[in-house]
Design a protein around this ligand. Structure first.
Ligand code: SF4
Length: 191
């Protein structure tokens, strides 16, 4: 049984990858990029432990409800929880959803580190956006990335580089206010 230490998830968003997607943020990252969007997701502490297949089933329910195109894994560092996320990715790929992953590790680093579950997760990933956020190299041209050093790696034919460019004048964020008054903002703010 594989478990995921979940920081947050949204069943349907339109600002974390192509089309309508579920977004999964995992807890814990060992990078410390200046200007990281999610500093509260960096500590290696227990947030919400969820069994991977349960999370996958929640996403599959959301996919039916919202007609999702895919799921995006963000962090924190998804590759540090590759074993559990590989289970989720395999289950959602089986019904035709796409999988997008944002990692602070480059592909080269990932193959060198051989973190548990990496091969299985990457085998079920359509596009891997890799590299740390470098605030000295802001990217104002491509969607969803923060800095020009970050690379889109197309691991299947599901997507191609056309997804990176935006027809929109500004990149977008979403703002959610819960019934308890908690505010959540996601997406990459314009620079
Ligand atoms: S790799 Fe990503 S989550 Fe980790 S510190 Fe850098 S920007 Fe934040």
């Amino acid at each position: 049984m594989a478990w995921i230490n979940l920081a947050a998830w949204i069943p349907c968003t339109e600002v974390e990858g192509p089309g309508k997607r579920a977004a999964i943020w995992v807890q814990g990252c060992n990078k410390r990029c200046k200007g990281c969007c999610n500093p509260h997701y960096l500590a290696f502490e227990e947030r919400k432990l969820i069994e991977a297949s349960e999370l996958a089933n929640n996403i599959l329910d959301a996919a039916k409800k919202y007609d999702l195109e895919g799921v995006t894994f963000l962090g924190g560092e998804p590759l540090l929880q590759a074993q559990g996320l590989a289970v989720v990715a395999t289950m959602v790929k089986a019904v035709g959803l796409s999988v997008m992953v944002f990692s602070g590790y480059t592909v080269k680093e990932l193959y060198g580190l051989d973190l548990t579950g990496t091969k299985e997760l990457l085998a079920n990933t359509d596009v891997l956006v890799d590299g740390v956020y470098d605030s000295s190299k802001p990217d104002t041209q491509r969607q969803w990335v923060g800095s020009t050093n970050q690379t889109f790696n197309y691991l299947t034919n599901f997507y191609d580089a056309s997804i990176e460019s935006t027809q929109r004048i500004q990149r977008e964020v979403e703002l959610r206010i819960s019934t308890a008054g908690k505010i959540m903002i996601n997406g990459w703010p314009s620079l």
